[in-house]
Design a protein around this ligand. Structure first.
Ligand code: MN
Length: 349
């Protein structure tokens, strides 16, 4: 991971990392609280007494400092060595901390480096891919499990809880984001929160969930129907299902994020539901559940082999309901490899 930083370090004297995911990625330290500094051909980890033993175990070739003032200690090293230029994670730092850094490093240039740093995590190693694969497999099994659990009178919160319990019982370290389990008209909320609403016959049930395995995230969504679907429900479901397949057929090395989005979006527009698909087609997944590259109308990022992205079109009609179908895939040279095993036929429960 550190090799990737060398390019950046060529034209900047130092990189100061403060986000949990990038500390983990570039140093191995997964405690989440501290700072990691690359400067003057040295590497430093700053963390406090709660995490120092963990940092010792998880890192190699880093100089460890036990301190409650991570930023202050990092800035001290930078200013003592008259650092000219330092890259910081502008997306992750508070205004208060930015002020502290500016004051401490009065004579240095401070560069906003989040995009540059996060870009380095886009292409995954084989090891990272195996962790994501494992996490997504646990998710797919949870989906199969939950099908027996969903029935009239069970409430949304119970479905979410059961999915999470199953994933943790089956090897997950935790959940990668708050589980979405919504039903009936509430499925028109793309990111609705599970409520006490009970499942009724005729409801769509949308479940969007994921877990972490050794730090890496999974993400998948399925929509099922309880009882027989109406013609309108079938129509919406099939439009999303076909659009999702078009997205999958488009994702490969060399296309831009916006190209994949466009391919799926055009189909939904053709079906007359364009204005009800109000988010982007997908996003990168790794240590974070939402990371680069985006598959959005604005994303010019060219996909490369071994990026991991979601493909998740949806149609959401207020006061009626909605459908989303999401798989997680690895970008390959001429295609993508799907990591999500669960069926996409409309399941009637
Ligand atoms: Mn997603």
């Amino acid at each position: 991971m550190n090799k990737k930083l060398n390019e950046i370090l060529k034209d900047t004297a130092a990189v100061l990392i403060t986000s949990p995911h990038n500390m983990r990625y570039f140093s191995g330290f997964s405690g989440g609280e501290g700072a990691v500094l690359f400067a003057f051909d040295k590497r430093f980890v700053f963390t406090d007494s709660r995490y120092i033993e963990q940092a010792e175990n998880e890192t190699t070739d880093f100089l460890l400092t036990e301190t409650n003032d991570y930023l202050g200690s990092a800035c001290k090293i930078l200013s003592e060595n008259c650092c000219q230029k330092v890259l910081i994670e502008d997306n992750e730092i508070s205004a208060r901390d930015y002020n502290r850094i500016s004051k401490a490093l009065g004579n240095s240039e401070i560069v906003f480096g989040s995009e540059k740093i996060n870009t380095l995590r886009m292409v995954k190693t084989d090891e990272e891919i195996e962790k994501i694969r494992e996490a997504e497999e646990i998710g797919s099994k949870a989906f199969e499990h939950i099908l027996d659990f969903i029935k009239p009178d069970v409430c949304e919160k119970d479905i979410a809880l059961e999915i999470e319990y199953f994933m943790k019982k089956n090897g997950a370290d935790g959940i990668s984001f708050e589980t979405i389990a919504i039903s009936g008209k509430r499925t028109s909320l793309p990111h609705g929160t599970p409520s006490d609403k009970k499942i009724q016959k005729g409801d769509f049930v949308t479940m969007d969930f994921g877990c972490t395995f050794d730090g890496y995230c999974s993400d998948m969504t399925r929509t099922v129907v309880v009882g027989k679907p109406s013609d309108e429900q079938k129509k919406i479901y099939n439009a999303v299902k076909t659009a999702q397949q078009i997205g999958l057929d488009t994702i490969r090395q060399g296309i831009r994020g916006c190209d994949a989005d466009k391919a799926a979006r055009e189909y939904i527009e053709k079906c007359g539901f364009g204005r009800y698909f109000r988010h982007s087609l997908g996003h990168g997944v790794g240590l974070l559940v939402h990371e680069l590259p985006n598959l959005s109308p604005k994303s010019e990022i060219v996909l490369e082999e071994n990026m991991v992205v979601s493909c998740e079109p949806g149609i959401y009609i207020p006061d009626f309901g909605g459908v989303r179908i999401e798989d997680l895939v690895i970008v390959k040279k001429n295609r993508c490899e799907n990591l999500t095993c669960a069926t996409k036929e409309l399941i009637e429960l």
